[in-house]
Design a protein around this ligand. Structure first.
Ligand SMILES: [Ca+2]
Ligand SMILES: [Ca+2]
Length: 456
């Protein structure tokens, strides 16, 4: 955030005509300005009251800021007395980093600026300085007298005040140094541009959202949702809408089919009678100059009223260990085994000594679902050499009833997807348990990943 304090003068933009000086730096910035500039910092202009009475306006403002708000202000720039008729070119804290762009601009005009000694602690930058905020600014001088050396360098009258009408009745709109004001205004524009505008413009862009973001639809029915777009940079663009990820039997149509970014469309999701119950992530795609997406979660329910979907949480073991219970230390990404997908998995057994390790998760199978399928990917390797005896075992249990038993006899390279029909548990809360049990020697590893229960 920057501040501007104009004292005794009224500064217009005036950033094109640079008087007698070279405008190379500013003209470069203005060329960029015609190319859709992207602000990278916020700029706030402020005009302060009561400066002469003790910096009252700026002091009140700075005191009203919290420590956090003060920390947001990366630089405060003061512009006070910037059109003095016998003036010089002064910069507050001229060697500071904050002053650098102001100095660079006046240097480009070969103005040989000097430190603003006369103005130190006397204007509104002082309020910010006292709060630890970096400050700088331009000034052309007030009641102090121009030296002979300064008159030689800048012109004007030596041994006369920078502003002969300072705090006098003759300080009217006639008492303005238009050239100095112009150079100051140009330097302000140059500094703000260089501090707050991206070097490379960011192209037009937009975001997308959908409301509601999810819905449950019975086979043979349909629902609608509103797809909204918002301009996030630059100007509006034409956005064509489409959808991907809809399962067989589900169609998504948009009314209208394309919008100008900033406008909305209605998406209709029609679920045919042949659509498979379950939960699907449908990606709504907006294609313009750039492509943006948002996601709608559609749950297809059977005509029997099943409110199905995928029921296992963290079945890929990618998000910590919750809600799995039991030997949760088996979950991770240790060396020696690889995931089926992602980076993590569950490695039951593999100790080569007598042990039992389990992982449990409790889920509720919705009532009315006719299709309930447990799927999991399992890799088994073993140091056992027998072709006939199950020394080390892996079981899948529901509520302590063993539904599947595998063992060292099922060892094979890579993962194998296995499934179980849990349709008989519809309407029940069940605890699913995977167990690895080893005998006293020769390890067998049961490596589990991507567990799902799809109910529909
Ligand atoms: Ca995984
Ligand atoms: Ca063994």
């Amino acid at each position: 955030m920057f501040g501007a304090h104009l004292d005794g003068v009224s500064a217009g933009p005036g950033i094109n005509d640079n008087g007698s000086g070279s405008a190379t730096l500013l003209e470069n910035a203005l060329v960029l300005a015609q190319r859709n500039p992207t602000m990278t910092k916020r700029v706030r202009f402020a005009w302060w009251t009561d400066e002469e009475q003790g910096l009252n306006g700026s002091d009140f403002y700075v005191r009203s800021l919290s420590a956090t708000q003060k920390s947001y202000i990366k630089g405060y720039y003061n512009f006070d007395m910037v059109a003095s008729t016998n003036g010089g070119y002064f910069i507050n804290r001229i060697t500071s980093t904050t002053a650098a762009p102001l100095k660079a601009y006046w240097d480009s005009l070969n103005l040989q600026p000097e430190e603003n000694v006369e103005g130190q602690g006397r204007s509104d930058d002082y309020s910010f300085q006292q709060a630890g905020i970096p400050t700088s600014g331009y000034a052309m001088g007030a009641g102090a007298r121009k030296t002979t050396a300064q008159a030689t360098k800048w012109g004007g009258t030596a041994n006369s005040s920078y502003d002969p009408c300072y705090h006098r009745a003759c300080d009217t709109t006639s008492n303005i140094n238009a050239t100095g004001l112009n150079r100051s205004a140009d330097g302000v524009a140059y500094a703000i541009w260089n501090l707050a505008v991206a070097a490379t413009p960011v192209p037009d862009d937009f975001s997308m959202a959908v409301s509601p973001a999810s819905g449950s639809v019975q086979q043979g029915q349909s629902t609608t949702t509103t797809v909204s777009t918002a301009i996030t940079n630059g100007s509006a663009q034409s956005v064509a809408l489409s959808a991907t990820g809809a399962p067989s039997g589900v169609t998504v149509t948009f009314t209208p089919a394309s919008v100008q970014s900033g406008q909305s469309s209605t998406a209709t999701l029609s679920v045919g009678s042949t659509a498979t119950p379950g939960t699907y992530q449908i990606t709504i795609v907006g294609t313009g100059v750039v492509t943006r997406t948002t996601t709608y979660t559609l749950t297809v329910t059977g005509t029997g009223g099943c409110n199905g979907g995928q029921l296992i949480v963290n079945g890929g073991f990618e998000n910590g260990t919750s809600p799995w219970t039991g030997t949760t230390g088996a979950i991770g990404s240790p060396a020696g085994q690889t995931p089926h997908s992602g980076t993590r998995f569950a490695w039951l057994s593999g100790n080569g000594s007598s042990s039992t390790e389990t992982l449990n998760q409790t889920v509720t199978i919705p009532a009315g679902c006719t299709s309930v399928t447990l799927r999991y990917w399992l890799h088994i390797d073993t140091a056992e050499t027998t072709q006939v005896t199950q020394y080390d075992k892996f079981t899948v249990k529901v509520n302590n009833t063993v539904l599947t038993t595998l063992s060292n006899l099922n060892a094979a390279a890579g993962y194998v997807e296995r499934s179980l029909n849990l349709g008989s548990y519809a309407g029940q809360q069940i605890t699913l348990t995977f167990t690895g049990t080893e005998d006293y020697s020769l390890q067998t590893s049961f490596v589990l990943d991507d567990v799902t229960i799809q109910a529909g």
